[in-house]
Design a protein around this ligand. Sequence first.
Ligand code: NAD
Length: 270
Amino acid sequence: MSYNLLKGKKGIIFGALDEKSIAWKVAKRAHEEGAEFVLTNAPLAMRMGEIKKLAEECNAEIVPADATSVEDLENLFTKSQEILGGKIDFVLHSIGMSPNIRKGKSYGDLNYDWFLKTLDVSALSFHKLMQVAEKQDALNEWSSIVALSYIAAQRVFPDYTDMSQAKAVLESIARNYGYRLGKLKNVRVNTISQSPTKTTAGTGVGGFDVFYDYADKMSPLGNASAEACADYTISLFSDLTKMVTMQNLMHDGGFSSMGISEDIINSMQK
Ligand SMILES: NC(=O)c1ccc[n+]([C@@H]2O[C@H](COP(=O)([O-])OP(=O)(O)OC[C@H]3O[C@@H](n4cnc5c(N)ncnc54)[C@H](O)[C@@H]3O)[C@@H](O)[C@H]2O)c1
């Protein structure tokens, strides 16, 4: 159902790789809600992914950008304002990648060059895009910026290795840049801490199926789907949440407040 929540708003959506991507679902919902936006992803992902299909469905243009490259981000924000005919009202950062996880490195055997790459792609890119937007004065008053996080920023999930630190940095950047952009232009900046979700990035983490089922059994509402995450993201882009900023918002069916659930007790009983 559409409520025209984003009618007249212009945005940039990072990270739609394929139909399973959370960013893909956000783009579809943003289109339904009347937004106009530019889609972006790393040049390599463009070749491998299906972003062109999404762009046609959403009547959106694509501007490739490696989110670790300030030059690419400058080009992205400049072109997006040209394409959309004005400043930006919302940005979604839906980007995560760890070479250490990809190569199956354990926490006691991390490659530090890759660790830095993890931080750059998954966290510093969030600072970079906001710094570029600020320097270009590319954001409208009361615009909204959202990045996607995971509870491994606060709790230990052994197979999440260096991505745990990346998410902690990401959430800290949201608070610190949220202060700055709030004072400058009433811009709000938040992270959404999403349940495990069956996407390319999600299922790349070792033991994913087990902690997906575990989180589902722990959460009174079950795991939040990618579609539900898209709905929540749209609410944060809308004018209905103007005073929410510098928050890490749990979108997890209740998981983060649980100690143990009856479902888990029952599954452990001998
Ligand atoms: N899937 C989950 O279980 C889960 C749970 C909580 C949070 N998240 C977060 O949600 C976000 C989106 O992930 P997803 O689950 O939709 O998976 P996904 O694999 O569909 O999306 C990850 C995206 O990051 C992009 N990316 C990687 N390197 C990039 C770079 N250098 N420049 C620009 N883009 C780059 C990829 O191309 C891809 O589109 C990530 O931040 C992820 O950590 C996912």
